[in-house]
Design a protein around this ligand. Sequence first.
Ligand code: PLP
Length: 445
Amino acid sequence: MSDILHRVLSGERSTAVAGDGNMLIMADGRRLLDACGGAAVSCLGHSADAVRQAIRDQVDHLAFAHTGAFTSDPAEALATRLVSRAPEGTGAGKAMFVGSGSEAMEAALKLARQYHVERGEPDRARFISRRGSYHGNTLGALAVGGHAGRRAPYAPMLMDVGQIDPCYAYRLREPGESEAEFALRMADQLDTAIVAMGAGTVAAFIAEPVVGATLGTVAAAEGYFRRIREICDRHGVLFIADEVMCGMGRTGTLFALEQEGVHADIVTIAKGLGAGYMPIAGVIASEDVVGAIAKGSGRLWNGHTYMGHALATAAALAVLDTIEKDELLSNVGRMGERLRTRLVERFDNHPHVGDIRGRGLFWSIELVADRDGAVTFDPGLAVAPRTAAEAMARGVMFYPGQGSADGVNGDHVLIAPSYTSTEEEIDRIAFTLGEAVDVAIGGAH
Ligand code: PLP
């Protein structure tokens, strides 16, 4: 009997004992092709030599020195590298490192609040986010998240947050509406929400540039984020881009926002940053945000014991080095295009696949009871988890997203393979997903 709480209370787990390239190896010898990197974490597979070596080298020198008193070479180098690469406008600021995406989101919320207080606008304490997003499990991050199921048990403990619709074309674009009209209609909800809440009370708007786990790789319509940026600027509201899942190359550019032609005031990153080799997340704050704090109290009000951990930052530096040296972003582009083609070949006419969407190596299929009218499955049928289980039985791991009870989104299966994926692996991923969908739902054709 296991003594691990989440295993005992949330169901059986196989024991993973080793990694070999893009395969995970189980204690019983089974080999699983990891087509989702956990939840879009393992972007370099499970045995990246350079990252393993960087961790060994760092631990031989220094594992930890309290960040309240010291800094370290890898933390400094990582901050410099990320700040120099962040979308123009966010870059030139500063970065900090924490242990998880949720901590990064908490830090982002607090930074936004601190920014306004330091500038003499203490009434700005409220946030606006989007339905169907996920920003983490700590109470602040959960409050700004739009994952109805995860929020529900804690609802009385959560701060009151304004919410607008996501830019989710498959479910929200109206017949006859152009992409540009849809983008503006969705973005203008932010303007309406800010005005309704009182512009002088809103600290920041939070969005994932490509919505990951909750909706399943939903990128915004062209022009949406440019309008969002304008609205935020007009009302003095900061824009926090949550790139915890979609950042660090997952969509084909280091930051997903690069493809939108705008910058955020604060960007959070996590999963692909440590690639699963170390728990690490980052917060990058623009020059404007940092400058306001520097001119004000001159100190950061928020901190954690393991901030800027030397081992974790050394691992993240090696991840970034590997992505650059091995030119993996071009492989993300090439393999992403191959994955898109294979998914379209397999599912374009499938009676239970309503939408195929994504960017880079970040794709999803949305499963529907009926394509006409995009009718969702009853979430109780657990269609996505059953599909993932069928795929797992065939040796490939996917990340299932269950439809929400409030009908905001349907079931989807998320695909986020390693940036080192080969053509054979991509073909196997699409083929196995096809079999799994047919077995789990029926409707083979
Ligand atoms: N933000 C996004 C977009 C995420 O997908 C997640 C986790 O899935 C988080 C924040 C929270 O990250 P963590 O689970 O590392 O706390």
